[in-house]
Ligand binder design. Structure first.
Ligand code: G6P
Length: 479
């Protein structure tokens, strides 16, 4: 390993593989279902790249290994780092702050110290495996200090950063005691990619307010400092997507179509199946969705004999206090709705607290008439795009929060403000009652949009911007 060097290195908090431990204690690896690995796989293979990241469990030290052709470089986190860096600063400081403080952000100096230390380790590891002049692509809010740390260690590298979550307005961002260090950390990259045009605007504004640098979208002029020469950084939107073709193919498979029919039958063949699919996270507006649904049942605008809501809530960050509260709150609400409106044989909400394989998700999408995405704030929301990609039958209605990044592209959805419960209820009714011709027209327009920007397009345009920014040497063959 000592002298293994790569021309392309991806750095993310989580690795693209999950460690599965069998009953006999033996461990194996499974590619995680996330879209990032699908997006980067072609360029990883073409360049024989490496992926640096954490395996998701504390105290496990592993040597680099190869998994289905991908070189994996695992980075260990101690139990203390999981608590302070991951659960603390990443998920109880940055996550709520960047999602508009839906729950309060917690500021602890020891969490920050751990964030700095762990970011430095990620940077050191990336620097150790990157070849001379290599391209390093750093991902997401857990690693915002890595670009500058890497540049200081390895000025020869081409460095990209992509933020998968929103970047908040300055009025909120300015709460952060370490707001300047984070901005400086990010400006170590040649290209800072964000999900929405508004996120890029918020980032540039923070740079102007905190550092006084000149910005002329998409450029940020970073003057010379004691440790680094003057540079021009690009900060702009690159909306992420999914592997549209693969998802559609999955949804077209006879097994998935049969499973979709079976799901409807198991639900008692109601007139309308509504669906919510989320990580169990307070940013997703699951409570708002349940409130609107229960009021519609209460007012008799919906009837439990005709309609059922399937809510998939996959477990997430379960040791973080706000997530524990959320789970209790949602499960209490679901219990109340089912108690108030359910009948023998008709459950109002079918609540599932587990993750499902992609095949089952595709079947659920096909089986539902109305998809509810009611996020209070969301970087993109790939579930909305998956729903559209799955609907090759050009049916189904997408109700989509304007606070999800996907709303910028998916304009033919029924766009809602989840805080406006009456507006949300009206949109749900509009979706339930929508004539087939209008459903088809809207779904066609959505599908066209999703096909135009799939995840391959996303990664190619980011890498092209990175190659342009670094003097146009197209080392990775981005077209
Ligand atoms: C979001 C973040 C990712 C993160 C994922 C799952 O999509 O943008 O960086 O990996 O949530 O969260 P977890 O804390 O389980 O990694």
């Amino acid at each position: 390993m000592a002298d293994e060097r790569f021309a392309f290195v991806v750095v993310s908090n989580r690795l693209p593989v999950d460690r599965v431990v069998a009953e006999d204690g033996s461990a194996s690896w499974k590619q995680s279902p996330g879209g990032l690995v699908t997006a980067l796989e072609p360029v990883m293979r073409q360049t024989e790249g490496a992926w640096v990241g954490w395996i998701g469990q504390p105290e496990i030290i592993l040597e680099p290994f190869t998994h289905s052709g991908l070189r994996i470089v695992p980075l260990a986190l101690s139990a203390d780092e999981v608590e302070h860096f991951y659960e603390g600063f990443s998920n109880d400081t940055i996550w709520p702050l960047y999602h508009d403080v839906i729950v309060p952000a917690t500021y602890h100096r020891e969490w920050w110290d751990s964030y700095v230390a762990v970011n430095q380790r990620f940077a050191d590891q990336a620097a150790a495996v990157a070849d001379i002049g290599a391209t390093v692509w750093v991902h997401d809010y857990q690693l915002q200090l890595v670009p500058r740390m890497l540049r200081l260690a390895r000025p020869d590298l081409v460095i990209g950063f992509f933020n998968h979550i929103p970047f908040p307005a300055y009025g909120l961002y300015s709460q952060l005691p370490w707001r300047t260090q984070i901005i400086e950390g990010l400006l170590g990259a040649d290209v800072v990619g964000l999900q929405r045009v508004s996120d890029a605007g918020n980032f540039s504004r923070a740079v102007r307010r905190l550092l006084g640098y000149t910005t002329r979208s998409p450029y940020i002029e970073v003057p010379r400092t004691d440790d680094l020469p003057a540079r021009r950084v690009i900060a702009r939107a690159f909306p992420i997507s999914i592997d549209v073709e693969a998802f559609e193919e999955l949804a077209r498979s006879p097994a998935v179509q049969a499973r979709a029919d079976q799901i409807r039958a198991e639900l008692g063949n109601p007139k309308t199946v509504m669906l919510g699919v989320d990580r169990l996270d307070y940013t997703k507006g699951i409570g708002h969705r349940l409130k609107a649904f229960s009021e519609l049942l209460d007012e008799g605008r919906l009837n439990v004999a005709d309609v059922t809501l399937v809510q998939v809530a996959s477990p997430s960050r379960e040791r973080v206090e706000t997530y524990k509260h959320l789970r209790d709150e949602i499960e209490l609400t679901v219990g109340r709705i089912n108690g108030d409106f359910g009948t023998i044989g008709h459950q109002a909400v079918n609540y599932l607290h587990h993750g499902f394989p992609r095949e089952e998700m595709a079947a659920l999408y096909l089986a539902s008439d109305v998809m509810l995405v009611t996020a209070l704030r969301d970087g993109m929301n790939l579930v909305a795009k998956e729903y559209v990609a799955a609907r090759h039958d050009e049916d189904g209605v997408l109700v989509l929060s304007e606070f999800a990044g996907a709303a910028d592209e998916l304009r033919s959805s029924l766009r809602i403000n989840p805080h406006d419960i009456d507006g949300l209820k009206d949109a749900i009714m509009q979706a339930v009652d929508m004539p087939r011709a209008e459903r088809r027209k809207r779904m066609r327009a959505l599908r066209k949009r999703v096909r135009e920007n799939d995840v391959g397009h996303w990664s190619r345009s980011f890498l092209r911007a990175l190659s342009d920014a670094s003097g146009g040497i197209d080392r990775l063959g981005a077209d």
